[in-house]
Write a protein of this length. Structure first.
Length: 494
């Protein structure tokens, strides 16, 4: 896309979109007219400003969600499904606008943002189909002297908190099942990426979501703003996606009201390449697992563990592929790696690489911050960092590959599981039994078997250990927003 065309579309989009709070079906200013700036990570320049909710605004959003709850829960499932289906179609029709906003506010290349528009919309289509499939059961008790009736009902007003890295999909993956189940919501998007969430709220309004069912409160004061909501007995559910540290703190906050919680937290994915792997397939998988979203994904491969018999071939082929990665603004044609989201993020990645070098790593490619504006960091390949290097213990969240070797399967599994995280693992092998064994022995919520990207609305996404609680997407996703009610019935034949 030419610079001029992008600039014209950007101006038009930012000028015409809503940037206020969306509460009770109306767009309104924040208390005191407070606003905050949203910046472009490719330039460091301000894109626009957005209303900055305070605790009173957030409480107004919960008031609205609470008022709308009973009516929304009584809506016909088909009607809820049709509204979600319309929202899917509207996002699809405006995919270019969503993509441009995502690229502008978080940096990824336009082609990837387009991919997220499709992925994010798909959660609405999936849950439009799930809305009409909420089922209970009726059965005999073990002694046949009574009957067991099980029904489902919506949990109730839900507080949704989302991160910046997938600004659309992390929202639709929560709003879709919540609305399908009959729950109203208050969404607090990440401070760095409120624009995509604002356009999403606009689309939901156009799709016919009634007033109060979806409320949106961007804010710069996350804890102060959502904290009181978690202590309010009208809120019945917290669904959070973000870092493990914040998730841990929110779990403690949610304990006051014993809230239902879903926690989609951080990862430290091992990427295992066994001696029997198809090395070319492993390299293609590694590129996808590492460089999707510029490495700023909870699913990003964090530790490459390669059998010593294939390590040289794998490393050489991977370096060739990584050399072809093109760093630049996500709006530029041909760019395959955008900037990191903010200066702090780039400083952290740079510090991880310096620490890895101090732990014995050799830098095969990249590793130097380029001159000029924007929070760019180059695609980087390291080998030989010791196990205590920070980038093997924490999420890198950047375009850095760190390769180490193992001698046998037992060592690979021991290294892979040596982390408090357990979101996703990857394994490349042509041995079916070994692949299935990995599904049983790796401490992980998800396994990419000979595949570098497995995110899909039809799949239950989520982690074990400190990577979270609960699942999003798939049939499991709607259960997170449903209560199970048991009715014991005296034997009707007695
Ligand atoms: N498991 C998953 O599905 C998944 C998906 C995407 C991202 N993530 C994780 O998210 C992290 C990156 O996102 P991030 O930097 O936005 O995470 P973050 O934890 O800093 O923030 C996530 C959200 O929580 C809000 N927040 C921060 N402190 C809060 C508080 N005290 N009270 C209420 N809300 C608060 C933020 O404003 C943001 O909206 C990574 O760790 C990544 O692995 C996980
Ligand atoms: O950041 C986490 C990845 C999100 C996804 O793949 O759905």
């Amino acid at each position: 896309m030419t610079d001029q065309l992008t600039a014209r579309r950007q101006d038009e989009l930012l000028r015409t979109m809503h940037t206020d709070l969306y509460i009770d079906g109306a767009w309104r200013e924040a208390t005191g007219g407070r606003r905050f700036a949203v910046e472009n990570p490719a330039t460091g320049e301000e894109l626009t400003t957005v209303a900055d909710a305070d605790p009173a605004d957030a409480m107004a959003a919960l008031d609205a969600a609470d008022r709308a709850q009973a009516g929304w829960a009584r809506t016909a499932p088909r009607e809820r499904g049709e509204i979600l289906r319309r929202a899917f179609e509207l996002i699809t029709a405006r995919a270019d606008d969503f993509a441009l906003l995502m690229t502008l506010e978080m940096g990824k290349p336009l082609a990837e943002s387009k991919g997220e528009a499709t992925y994010g919309a798909e959660f609405f289509r999936w849950f439009s189909e799930e809305a009409v499939r909420i089922a209970g059961r009726y059965s005999a008790a073990t002694d046949n002297k009574s009957r067991v009736l099980v029904t489902k009902r919506p949990v109730g007003p839900s507080i949704l908190i989302t991160p910046w890295n997938f600004p659309l999909a992390m929202g639709t993956r929560k709003i879709g099942p919540a609305l399908a189940a009959g729950c109203t919501v208050v969404l607090k998007p990440a401070q760095l990426t409120p624009l995509t969430a604002l356009l999403l709220a606009q689309v939901l309004e156009e799709a016919g979501v009634p007033a109060g069912v979806v409320n949106l409160v961007p804010t710069t004061r996350a804890g102060d703003t959502t904290g009181p909501l978690l202590q309010d007995p009208r809120a019945r559910k917290l669904s959070f996606t973000g870092s493990t540290g914040v998730g841990r703190a929110l779990l403690a906050d949610a304990s006051g009201q014993v809230l239902r919680t879903s926690m989609e937290l951080g990862g430290n994915a091992p990427f295992l390449v066994f001696e029997d792997a198809d090395v070319d397939a492993a390299v293609a998988g590694a590129m996808a697992a590492k460089f999707r979203n510029g490495g700023e994904a909870c699913t990003a491969a964090n530790r490459f563990l390669v059998h010593e018999a294939v390590a040289e071939e794998f490393t050489a082929k991977l370096v060739e592929k990584v050399r072809a990665v093109r760093l630049g603004p996500g709006t530029d044609d041909g760019v395959t790696l955008g900037p990191l989201v903010e200066e702090k993020a780039r400083d952290k990645v740079q510090a991880f690489v310096a620490d890895a070098v101090a732990h014995g790593a050799a830098v095969l490619l990249g590793g130097e911050v380029p001159e000029g504006p924007g929070w760019f960091y180059p695609a980087t390949v390291l080998t030989g960092a010791g196990p205590q290097a920070r980038l093997h213990r924490e999420e890198i969240f950047g375009p850095v590959v760190s390769i180490t070797t193992f001698a046998d399967e037992a060592e690979a599994v021991r290294l892979a599981n040596d982390t408090e995280f357990g979101l996703i693992s990857f394994a490349f092998t042509t041995d079916l039994a070994r692949g299935l064994r990995m599904a049983e022995v790796l401490e992980t919520g998800m396994l990419g078997l000979n595949s570098g990207v497995i995110s899909n609305p039809a799949a239950p996404f989520g982690g074990v250990k400190q990577s979270g609680i609960g699942r999003e997407g798939a049939h499991e996703g709607i259960e997170e927003y449903l209560e199970t009610v048991y009715v014991g019935i005296a034997d009707p034949l007695a």
